[in-house]
Write a protein that binds this ligand. Sequence first.
Ligand code: PMV
Length: 372
Amino acid sequence: MTKLYIKPIFPMTEKDFLPNPYQEFPDKGGVSWKAPSNIALVKYWGKKPVQIPANPSISFTLDNCATTTSLSFAKKEKSDSISFDLMFEGRPKDDFKPKIQTFLERVERYVPFLKAYHFTIETSNSFPHSSGIASSASGMAALSLCLMDVEKQLDPDLDETLFYQKASYLARLGSGSACRSIKGHLVQWGQHANIPNSSDLYGLEYPFEVHADFKGYCDTILLVHKGQKQVSSTVGHQLMHGHPYAANRFQQAFDHLDQLKPILKNGDLEDFIKLVESEALTLHAMMMTSMPCFMLMKPDTLEIIQKIWQYREETKTPVCFTLDAGANVHLLYPSSEKDKVCAFIEDELAQHCENGQYIHDYVGAGAVKING
Ligand code: PMV
């Protein structure tokens, strides 16, 4: 049989992610993948249907904060619908099912084996449940890699580059930022005129030179508020429609990606800090100035930010913060500063965390297959 797969030529289009006819259909099997969370330096906030970002973004891939997902599959008699059971940390978790159902329906045309099997999805997070750390990025990335692994069994000639790009493409359809949780270190997502091969459809390993300091960068996540987020990211993205500052914000993100290029190359930490903190506060400023408006920072978030600024001023340590759409603070610093910064966290910042809790993480190499 003639193989239609060719080495992916950039940039790929949606139809490039439609599969070849499958060659084999095993009766059953199982696959497992572990995918990390990520933290954006330039934030994605605002989207068009379906999951197309309003502006490009870039993130550090994390390492410790990860989701492990096992997907087992068994052939069904009737292949007329999608069917699956879902286990979260060893227990059935029916309230997660609608989100997974929507995701599977959305990706079915790209992985058309879905209706042929009944699936059991078993998933668990390395970080504490309800820690306020979003698990949708790592969760959707891990599940997408499992789906691609099944596809690889159905079509053993599937090219490796395409495997990972399509995993990122599928993950994006589950949760936008999840497309940045497949590959390692720095991942860029969203079309940008000055970034070759950048795409709105999937994340790309950052194609430019990156200073060694950023490879082992540390991210300590200070758990200020571990409860449910006050506003979901779905609602948050919608708030950018008709937002009075949206156009300027989107342009700023494009500009920030241009400005990051020499910063990342030269390891210019002073400018890195300025840009990253501006991005974090802009994200929150967008929420504070939308209609309806939201304040996601807590008093302890602000206390921590003030203390970081003071500490940086006094000690000249290149430590900075970034924020997700919540109250937790990500403390970013080079690994060479680890001992000093850990002492600062213990002495000054842990008291502002719920139950004194924080999680040490660092920039990692991306998702890995778990051999069962
Ligand atoms: O992937 P979503 O739809 O949950 O959006 C994530 C948005 C932020 O985390 C706030 C920013 C980002 O780029 O990760």
